[in-house]
Design a protein. Sequence first.
Length: 223
Amino acid sequence: MARSLHPSYRVLAPDIRGHGAAGMQRPVSLEAVVDDLAEQAPEQFELCGYSMGGRLALHAALALGPRVRRLVLIGASPGLADPVQRSSRRQADEQLAQSVERMTISEFARQWGETPLLAGLPEPVAEAVQADRLRNTPDGLAAALRGLGTGALPSLWPRLGELDLPVTLVAGERDQKFVSIAEQMARLIPGARVEIVPGAGHAVHLEAPDAVAAVLAGGSAQG
């Protein structure tokens, strides 16, 4: 997607702790991830995050305040509002973490690629995503599930009204779960804008990079 942006953009895409080049960094916690971003980013910047990265970007925007000039969330959620659901998810994430620790990264990558959320990716996109998954390690992913998973982080639904910056919420048309979440979030975020990308699923930034790049540039996914 970064290649679809105008050359005038300076793009920083650091790996989150527990993933890729940051797979061995510890602790894997929300506070550490926000500190990493605060250290690596310029004094003021626009912040974009996808899926789990979007949830973390939302936490970071609230923590860093005026340093974040604009927030773009792609296929992202503020977390689980129901404490019972959050507790159940934390238990499920722990079980998954233990399962991941018993796998090779190839086994995990193949299994994760078969989840319904990521079904229907065009073959070249699926191959690129698979290659990116293989940059991880089982230990790093397990640590991320325990420290950054949906069950581990507090819900931000009650804090959405605090966002005092331009916010754009992006979802793929086929990703109905996150289309609904984006619409619910927009009702709680002052001035928020929702962009639905036609024909795309959850990995919308990979399936339709030009459309998402247009949104990042301040335009519309509709062209």
